[in-house]
Write a protein that binds this ligand. Structure first.
Ligand code: PRP
Ligand code: MN
Ligand code: MG
Length: 179
């Protein structure tokens, strides 16, 4: 275990089991379709990579980069599109994939932007949610786990850009993000 990690919150085995379960539900719900999975850079890349391999359909893949955080630990509420989609989503079944929903500001902005492009359907798959931090309501159809208001890293989630490569979802030692 990396020295900056206080504890493992969700071990890799549980994450993998959940991702398989979400993939199976998505496979069933989108039967006969060719869904477009939209990942939000950069945190979603790990869950996206595992999730798509658990969907037994001809999926397509695209990414958006949206900024809200900078390098701090709390949302500034400032949302900006840094990189837009390559694909036209009009008439497509779009599934947005996220690692975590915190305040919900990132996704509520993104969902508004995507909805305006008239997809055939638009849903959210988020591995984690922090309900205690939510500022805006979001309808999350595919959800992995609820997590407490702790600073979690790993499986795509970073602190100041690092720790995304941890296979488990971990809680950092306070001294790491307090310094
Ligand atoms: C994190 C996380 C979500 C967003 C959630 O991304 O991956 O995308 O914040 O926060 P919110 O619900 O309060 O908007 P971040 O902006 O840190 O970028 P990253 O994915 O590159 O780490
Ligand atoms: Mn993100
Ligand atoms: Mg981040």
């Amino acid at each position: 275990m990396m020295p900056d990690v206080k504890e493992v919150l969700i071990p890799s085995s549980e994450v993998q089991a959940k991702v398989r379960e979400l993939g199976a539900r998505i496979t069933e719900d989108y039967e006969g379709e060719r869904p477009l999975l939209v990942g939000v850079l950069r945190g979603a890349v790990v869950v996206m990579s595992d999730l798509m391999r658990n969907i037994d359909l001809p999926c397509e893949l695209d990414f958006m980069d949206i900024s809200s955080y900078g390098s701090g630990t709390s949302s500034s509420g400032v949302v900006r599109i840094l990189k837009d989609l390559e694909e036209d989503v009009t008439g497509r079944h779009v599934l947005v994939v996220e690692d975590i929903i915190d305040t919900g500001l990132t996704l509520s902005y993104l969902m508004r932007s995507l909805k305006a492009r008239k997809p055939a359907s638009l849903e959210i798959c988020a591995l984690l949610t922090k309900p205690s931090r939510r500022k805006v309501d979001l309808d999350v159809k595919y959800l992995g786990f609820e997590v407490p208001d702790e600073f979690v890293v790993g499986y795509g989630l970073d602190f100041a850009g690092a720790y995304r490569n941890l296979p488990d979802i971990c809680i950092l030692k306070e001294e790491v993000f307090a310094s």
